[in-house]
Ligand binder design. Structure first.
Ligand code: XUL
Ligand code: CO
Length: 443
């Protein structure tokens, strides 16, 4: 049964010609070649199951507003899951995007026991596998929901009760194996409840050790089952907990280094999580690229007036181009991609609104990719950075980093040459102008 009846066929690239109803891409042209690669292969766009199909449009003051008939609690849960899956695959194919992402509980309802939950998931994964081979849509990543059920109120891996840890381990095992079975490119761990509400009842070191143990077990299991996808940790500073341990990319990086997990885990950076942590998305991408932990992106945006995760569809080329530039100059995604971890606004009631949100977001990413490519060819930013640090490639720079050099030797050299370096311009305004000029002229 067709669900999105107002969208008859696949959304096509129409260029800058306005299309009645707006159901066309103006910039996203999957086959267009950018820096030697197809646009589709650069962006690796995914639709998320949860916000798009599993969320009724509720907020903390109000119930769901959306037309999602499979969320009706009177329906048989497995019948509802199948209805939802059909609508989801119809959406993926009409939107024309190559990937989707899912939590275990988005795909299949929890059963009364762990065994029943696993069998529900197995059945729905078999069904998804058939739909994937019919449509060619693939899995960017799978994950386990370790934050909605009351048992996880005090955390999953970091719960004071080891039985909760074990229960979470069972859930992740099943979700990881389901992702593997579907040929997923990555597996994500977002520690929504891995944090605390109050330090009065919390042992910080104990919880960190538990989290590391969990991650070690998951990485071992990945190797045991021969899953070649990438394991990703998704940083977020808070919400739902007051403080989350995977606060930002730097915190995750330090944690991975401390527990000898570098190389086993990379980061899935969400735009609105970056801004909640007091960073720009650009910063988080640049940090993780430079430190070798960049993996994938949850594309969305926050609202400058709100202090929470509003998960809106991205619409700012100015902001995304800079992050896209860092991704492109590092060689682009390997297994990662752009997952739309995005929610419609509660008043966006029409079924076609889900298309409009994604089309706008995808065109914004596509335009940002064009700008990033132009920045790369322009070379101004690269040259400015190189010149700013050029001294480190000279004699003095080499002497300083030589492990045999001492502080006294550097001090003696500085004294002998009577060094009196003069400050130089950081050229910020000139660089900002160059970025804007490139954005304005890029088509
Ligand atoms: C929550 C969030 C999650 C993760 C997957 O803020 O971003 O949707 O992406 O669990
Ligand atoms: Co996310």
């Amino acid at each position: 049964m067709e669900f999105f009846t107002d969208v008859p066929g696949p959304v096509a690239f129409a260029g800058s010609e306005p299309v009645p109803g707006g159901l066309a891409y103006q910039v996203y042209n999957p086959a267009r070649t950018i820096a030697g690669k197809r646009m589709e292969d650069h962006l690796r766009i995914a639709v998320c199951y949860w916000h798009s199909f599993n969320w009724p449009g509720s907020d903390i003051f109000g119930v769901g507003t959306f037309d999602r008939p499979w969320l009706n609690p009177d329906m048989d849960p497995m019948e509802a899951a199948k209805f939802k899956q059909d609508a989801a695959f119809e959406f993926f194919t009409k939107l024309g995007t190559p990937f989707f992402c899912f939590h275990d509980v988005d795909m299949a309802p929890e059963g009364r026991t762990l065994r029943e939950s696993k069998s529900n998931l197995d059945e729905m994964v078999d069904r998804a596998a058939d739909k994937m081979s019919e449509t060619g849509v693939r899995v960017l990543w799978g994950t386990a929901n370790l934050f909605t059920h009351p048992r996880y109120a005090a955390g999953a891996a970091t719960n004071p009760d080891p039985e909760v840890f074990a229960r979470a381990a069972a859930q992740v095992r099943h979700a990881l194996e389901a992702t593997h079975r579907l040929g997923g490119a990555n597996y994500v761990l977002w520690g929504g409840r891995e944090g605390y509400e109050t330090m009065l009842n919390t042992k910080l070191k104990q919880e960190a050790d538990q989290l590391a143990r969990f991650l070690e077990l998951v990485a071992d299991h990945k190797r045991n089952i021969g899953f070649n996808g990438t394991l990703l940790i998704e940083p977020k500073p808070q919400e739902p907990t007051k403080h989350q341990y995977d606060y930002d990319c730097a915190a995750v990086h330090g944690f991975l280094e401390r527990y000898d997990l570098l190389g086993d885990y990379f980061v899935n950076i969400e735009v609105n999580h970056a801004t909640l942590a007091g960073h720009s998305f650009h910063h988080e991408v640049a940090y993780s690229v430079e430190n070798g932990i960049f993996g994938s992106v949850d594309a969305n945006r926050g609202d400058y007036q709100n202090g929470w995760d509003t998960d809106q569809f991205p619409n700012s080329v100015d902001e995304l181009s800079l992050a896209m530039y860092e991704i492109l100059r590092s060689g682009g995604f390997t297994t990662g991609g752009f997952n739309f971890d995005t929610k419609l606004r509660r008043q966006s009631l029409d079924r076609t609104d889900l298309f409009h949100g994604h089309i706008g977001g995808i065109d914004t990413l596509a335009q940002s990719l064009l700008v990033a490519e132009a920045m790369l060819y322009d070379g101004t930013l690269e040259t400015a950075r190189e010149q700013r640090y050029a001294g480190w490639k000279g004699d003095l720079g080499e002497q300083i980093v030589d492990p045999n050099t001492t502080l006294a030797a550097i001090a003696d050299a500085a004294t002998k040459a009577d060094l009196d370096p003069k400050p130089v311009s950081g050229q910020q305004e000139a660089l900002e102008n160059r970025v804007n000029q490139i954005i304005w002229r890029t088509t």
